[in-house]
Ligand binder design. Structure first.
Ligand code: AMP
Length: 282
């Protein structure tokens, strides 16, 4: 398996594959790969003849006070994991390769992006949509794989592909957790031992919400209140948001009368973690 740094190299490789009539899957990541990413790569390897994994910590999707500098990076470890999963190539560009001097074109979505994470991360989804569009234009995949861990991102990418007639299929993959329930994330490496324990309040509160819904609770306010109460008992946790939204619009709903997404962002110490469930998966 090759690791390439330039747009020209990855394009030349994909062109070769296309000449042979092979299908191509793309798994966009920011690296420091874990089993969540591995599940996406394996899904792509299963569905496509060839799989490209991009590893790029995209500066454009980080706010000025966020963790761009400290975001964990280890391309050798990523390459080994991607190869084990059956990937064919890693595209690992430098920021200067993706954003030439004078770069000034952006993909800005006016719906879906201002809710949930968009409220506390105002530039985030513009950066995500722009880099994902660039990756789609560079690789021209038949399919691209995104995790339900980032449920809002998945909804936004699907919407963007539809709006802009991008010629590929977006595949959403299940959220992968640690054995004790914590959603796998590259940012979990920031957690101290005490914070790692405290971080379990996210998945525990989601379990509580699921249980209430399974038992017939229809009021979103009641479910959210119970989840928040549980989180607030953890001294190291500080809630950014806990919301239940319509899966299509990302707008808050009052009654659980349609497919919904329960989503949260919670600071554990300085680390902002996200987690969620879709009501149709419970
Ligand atoms: P990231 O490297 O965090 O930007 O994530 C790259 C892709 O992997 C995104 O589509 C994420 O939704 C997905 N991903 C990250 N963590 C998980 C997880 N725990 N389960 C499933 N997919 C994940």
């Amino acid at each position: 398996m090759k690791t390439v740094k330039t747009v020209d190299e990855v394009r030349a490789q994909v062109r070769e594959w296309r000449k042979q009539g092979l299908s191509v899957g793309l798994v966009p990541t920011m690296g420091y790969l874990h089993e969540g990413h591995a599940s996406l790569i394996k899904a792509s390897v299963k569905d496509n003849d060839r799989t490209v994994v991009s590893v790029f910590v995209n500066p454009m999707q980080f706010g000025p006070t966020e963790d761009l500098e400290s975001y964990p990076r280890d391309i050798n470890r990523d390459a080994a994991l991607a190869e084990d999963c059956g990937a064919d190539i890693i595209f690992n560009p430098e920021p200067s390769e993706m954003y030439h001097k004078g770069f000034s074109s952006f993909v800005d979505m006016t719906v879906l992006t201002q809710e949930l994470c968009g409220l506390s991360r105002p530039v985030h989804f513009r950066g995500v949509c722009t880099v994902v569009t660039k990756l789609f234009n560079i690789v021209k995949p038949d399919r691209a794989y995104f995790g339900k861990k980032d449920a809002q991102q998945l909804a936004i990418i699907k919407h963007m592909v539809d709006d802009l007639n991008m010629d590929l299929t977006i595949v959403g993959c299940p959220l992968i957790r640690e054995e004790d329930g914590l959603a796998k994330s590259s940012r979990n490496t920031y957690l101290s031992a005490d914070e790692r324990k405290a971080a379990l309040v996210l998945s525990r509160s989601l379990e509580l919400g699921k249980e209430m819904i399974r038992n017939g609770e229809k009021s979103c306010a009641a479910v959210i209140a119970a989840m928040k109460e549980l989180i607030e008992k953890e001294p190291l946790a500080k809630i950014d948001y806990v919301k239940i939204v319509d899966c299509d619009t990302m707008q808050q709903i009052e009654e659980l009368d349609r497919p919904a997404l329960a989503a949260m962002a919670v600071y554990i110490g300085k680390t902002r973690l996200i987690d969620n469930f879709f009501t149709e998966d419970i």
